[in-house]
Structure formats: structure tokens, C-alpha cells
Design a protein around this ligand. Sequence first.
Ligand code: 3PG
Length: 400
Amino acid sequence: IDELVGEGVSGKRVFVRADLNVPLDGDTITDDGRIRAAVPTIKKLAESGARVVVASHLGRPKGAPDPQFSLAPVARRLGELLGSQVAFATDTVGDSAKATVGGITDGGVTLLENLRFNAGETSKDDAERGAFADELAALADAYVSDGFGAVHRKHASVYDLPARLPHAAGSLIATEVGVLKKLTEDVERPYAVVLGGAKVSDKLGVIDHLLDKADRLLIGGGMAYTFLKAKGYEVGKSLLQEDQLPAVKGYLERAEELGVEFVLPVDVLAAPEFPDLKTKAPADPTVVAADAIPAELEGLDIGPESRKLYAAKLADAATVFWNGPMGVFEHPDFAEGTKAVAQGLLDSPAFTVVGGGDSAAAVRQLGFDENAFGHISTGGGASLEYLEGKTLPGLAALED
Ligand code: 3PG
């Protein structure tokens, strides 16, 4: 972006593809982390006299306008954060967009309505996506890619649009990619990777790519029970992906050959039923050994001994990547495991990276100061796909 700004952007319409896909409760934004992360690039362009046209997706509407996915609340919040009004276009490439963009003055900022209200944005058909990208390109003189959370999507605004305009990477993209490089190339050791979340199938690609790079992999969350079962333990009513057992067994064996340590829970907090996340009624969990979970119980968090073990495994690490909660942290009875890992990251001298929208939201919801972590990624799927070694369409599109 420095190069683009250096060439002079004053009076130019600069399209910024951001990822402002934030969680909403009605029209209340429950976590504005992604909007805050988008501010530096937008500010820089505005202060340089550009006419900034910001665009993003929100949620997964079905290619047509749908009020529950409107970016209107985001425009208000963005305006508050920028300290200046953001003009909101009530469509993306229609009359409102054309008039709003046409009316921006130098240094002004406008936000277009949800890109995904147009079927061309996410279309699998190159021509349909291309036609929508043409319409977007007509609204701008240059393109800045700064929506890191969406760079793994081969979508019109991410992949096709940069080919149609002079383009640059924004500062958020530069930071995120710099951090992810540190996790895959010349990593400082010991390197600990903490993986949680419900489904082991979502994490196999990362395990596969990082197995020969990490020194230890700490496993928690719902996915841990498939690992425990693969070791031959009883997991009761806990979440289990039977079809993934052969793959997981394979990784356990490969880790042993490579001398990489898989750290699994030694005890878990279990209850007869999944807790009520609305009422948060007490669930009276029991601590049980991880190698013998009773048939009538479901494991819902790592237990107290596991918390100590995981903290110890983080204490002497030099690099830590963490993605996914250790338990059902949304319920207070099952939040301690996730809190212990967050605290373990903070207490460790390591360079710590929290990846994934959910993990970032968990850290903030549990009351931790996000600035105390080395880096909190704004990308969930995007950071995981990068760590799987995949080519991300939105980054490839910038490389020429
Ligand atoms: C995310 O929340 O991970 C990004 O905004 C991408 O959203 P998507 O998974 O709906 O493409």
C-alpha cells in the first residue's frame, strides 16, 4: 500500500476489499475486532486524499438482498472508529452505489452494501464472477486488498477484481501474511501448536502440514475425543468422528516416528447432557480420567490436571499457534480449559499467535486483553488454509 500511496492517490477512487464480517445480534455488533482491524488502511488512504470505497461481505446471504445481512450497522461503527461519517450505499453496484461513490470528496469514505447480495460475487462460473467484477471495477481507479479473512475465497471482489485495476495489499494483509510466514518458515523452537474446536476433520489439513514443523501439538475441544478413541480409550457420549479414526491413528503413528509430541487431555470435565447455552443453568460437571470416560457422560472441557499440563507445555515454548477452544467455553462451567490456554499463552515468553475468528472472539469474550498476545488473526478459514500450505486465491491474485 505504501507504494500505491507514494504514487499519489489524492482524488482517486480506491476500492478497499475489507473483511467486515462481524457477529451481529439483531443490528448490534457483538465483536467489532474486524472493523477495528480494517481502520489503519482506510485511514491511511483517506488521509492521503483518496476517495475510499470500502466493500465487504457479511454472513452468507443467498446472492440477493436480505436485510438481516445488511452492512448498515457496520457503516455506523466504522464511522465512529474513523471519527468521520461513512456514507452508506444501499446497494453494491446499483444506483445508490454509483451516486454515493460519485459524491465522495477527497479523503471521504463510503461503504457499499453486502457484496454477497449479488450472485456474481460467489459464483463458480468465471464469466458470471467476471461480469460482477467489471461492475465493481467501474466504481474505482485502484484496488487494495485488505480483507484477510476472505482471501481463501475465489470470489469476484477477492480474486477477479485485482486483475482489472492497479492493485496493492493493505497493511492488515501484510501483517497477517508476515505472521503466518513466521509460523511456517524458520520457526523459533520449541514450537507448540494448540488445536481445539469441535471437528477433527476441520483440522486434519493443518495437522498434516505442521506435523513435521512443530515440536508438540496440544489437542483439546470436541476433536480431542477422536484422538482419545484412536488411542483405544472409552469416550462415553463425547463427540466422536468415527470416520476420521484411521486418519488420526495415522497421525499419531507418524508423530511417534518424527519424535513430535501429541499432548492429549489426561482428565476431562464431563456431564450427562450438553449444557444449555441460553440459560447457562449449572451443569454440575464431574472430573473424569480421559482414558475412561463413563458411558453416560460427555466430555465438554479439558480437566484441571490437563490445564496444568498444557500450561507447562506452553511455558517453555518459543513459538505458539493456537486455534480453537478447549471446551464449550460459552458456558461458564466449561470455560476454564480455554481460559487456561489463553493464560498459558500470556505467561509464556513465546511469540504467540491466536488464529481464527472464533478463537479471537473467545479470547475477547473471556475478558483477556487482546493486545497482550503477539498477534490475533482476523482470519479463521484463511489462516488455517495458509497453514495447510494451500494457495489462497486472494493472495495469488496480488502476486503478479
Ligand atoms: C470468515 O468469517 O471466516 C470470513 O469472513 C469468510 O467468511 P465465509 O466463510 O462465509 O466465506
